[in-house]
Ligand binder design. Structure first.
Ligand code: ARG
Length: 466
């Protein structure tokens, strides 16, 4: 017979769950990660219970001392977690009660349903702060590289075909924009998590005279003005997993950004592009081919994006068929949230290290960007300045490109007669267009890759990052 005495809800059962069921339903193997937040929640709850007269001061002090000791044991890895006690909440409560008899009163006006909702919200707020710091670290690495490479030009690509010239700095600052939006998204998740569910009980609150605002304030669930934020509906509060799902979305989108960045850098590292070399510390060799230098950190980052997207899908599918309110399915919200958190944190650090140590090959970049076809659009603009409608100009340059291809000549070397054959407007100083410096300097409107624009954007990022 299973040890009925050990489960907190054992009163109405004659035997406890069987061994297989205990193994199947336990969550302590993963939710023990919530222990610091669970203890924090219990400290606030006990403090509030004493304030409203449900606990005596003595009982409160004994409980708080016991919780502090538990916290130290957990932090030191000395706490003995028991699978048969199911989850982090019952493990901590049992251990506390065994030492502090008054702790039998701690679960007054509280259910594991509002308890776990509180733990997760505290966890998510802390996780968002951690991810934000990692995002800032990657942004700093990108801005530093951008500042260092400000004068290196490369082709920008659409359809992975050479399109128009840009600076490496402009390209790197594009990632900064994505990551800047990621920071705003994680801040929004932290704000969504910033509501205190304690007091919702299992589903319908409690008949006891608790002070929800006090608990909320003690746990830092407050608005910008310090006013407590308590969840306004007890049923929603115990069933809601929105903030966890939003966190997974923010992580999935951020991982997608890292994956796209990784793909660019993988291309840049190929012999075919040859623009960049990734640092040794983030590259690996082949067990068979001695010459190989593989960008494994970047490939793994692409792979982790799939994993992080799966965490988001997991949470969406987990909740979609559930009737209100709490259902045990919800216990399985934790592994995807924890994994999204771990993977995005690691991924951001790995990308920061890779970017910080990457070196650019100026010669290869210069050779690639010297392709005059990159300035075909500038030539069309040159015709437009002379009064030709853009659609006609596009065709005229298109004909010139065809002539160049037929002659096997670079676009800027098509002989005068052949150029005028493509369109009579190609006379005078049309070849002046094929000057890279001039082409970039002609793009100084907001958001464009002109050197002064890019320098201004760089300064904006440097200021924002402190
Ligand atoms: N371990 C549970 C979870 O994470 C805690 C809530 C349990 N509630 C319940 N009614 N069994 O979902």
């Amino acid at each position: 017979m299973a040890k009925k005495k050990q489960v907190t809800w054992g009163g109405r059962f004659s035997t406890g769950p069987g061994a297989l069921m205990r193994r199947f339903s336990e969550s302590v193997s993963f939710d023990r990660r919530l222990a610091p937040f669970d203890i924090q929640g219990s400290v606030a709850h006990a403090t509030m219970l004493a304030k409203v007269g449900i606990l005596s001061r003595r009982e409160r002090d004994q409980i708080l001392a016991g919780l502090a000791r538990l916290g130290r044991e957990v932090a030191a890895g000395k706490f003995r977690w028991k699978e048969e006690l199911e989850d982090v909440h019952m493990n901590l409560e049992q251990a506390l009660t065994a030492r502090v008899p008054a702790a039998a009163k701690l679960h007054t006006a509280r259910s594991r349903n509002d308890q776990v909702a509180t733990d997760m919200r505290l966890y998510l707020k802390a996780a968002c702060a951690e991810v934000d710091a990692a995002l800032a670290g990657l942004l700093r690495a990108l801005v530093r590289q951008a500042a260092r490479q400000a004068d290196i030009l490369i082709p920008g690509y659409t359809h992975l075909q050479r399109a128009q010239p840009v600076s490496v700095a402009h390209h790197l600052l594009a990632y900064c924009e994505m990551l800047g939006r990621d920071r705003a998204r994680f801040a929004a998740v932290a704000d969504a998590a910033n509501w205190c569910p304690l007091g919702s009980g299992a589903i319908a609150g409690t008949t006891l005279p608790i002070d929800r605002e006090l608990t909320a304030r003690l746990l830092g669930f407050v608005d910008a003005k310090g006013r407590p934020r308590v969840t306004p509906n007890s049923m929603d509060a115990v069933a809601d997993r929105d903030a966890a799902t939003e966190f997974a979305f923010a992580a999935a989108l951020c991982a997608t950004h890292l994956s796209r960045m990784a793909e660019d850098l993988i291309l840049w590292s190929t012999a075919e592009f040859g623009f960049a070399r990734m640092p040794d510390a983030f590259s690996t060799g082949s067990s068979l081919m001695p010459q190989k230098r593989n960008p494994d950190s970047l490939e793994l980052l692409r792979g982790k994006a799939a994993r992080t997207q799966a965490s988001l899908t997991h949470l969406l599918v987990l909740a979609k068929g559930l009737p209100l309110t709490y259902n045990r399915d919800l216990q399985d919200d934790k592994p995807p949230v924890f994994d999204a958190h771990d993977q995005i944190l690691l991924g951001l650090q790995v990308m920061a290290g890779t970017v910080a140590g990457m070196t650019l090959d100026r010669r290869r970049c210069a050779a690639a960007v010297a392709d005059p076809a990159l300035l075909a659009t500038d030539l069309a603009d040159w015709l437009v300045r002379r009064g030709m409608p853009f659609r006609h100009a596009h065709h005229a340059v298109g004909r010139l490109v065809a002539v160049a291809e037929r002659l096997g000549a670079p676009l800027d070397r098509v002989p005068d007669a052949a150029a005028r054959d493509a369109d009579p407007a190609f006379r005078g100083d049309w070849r002046k267009v094929f000057d890279l410096g001039r082409a970039l300097r002609a793009r100084e409107n907001t958001g464009m890759p002109g050197p002064r624009q890019v320098a201004a954007q760089l300064r904006r990022w440097q200021r924002a990052l402190g």
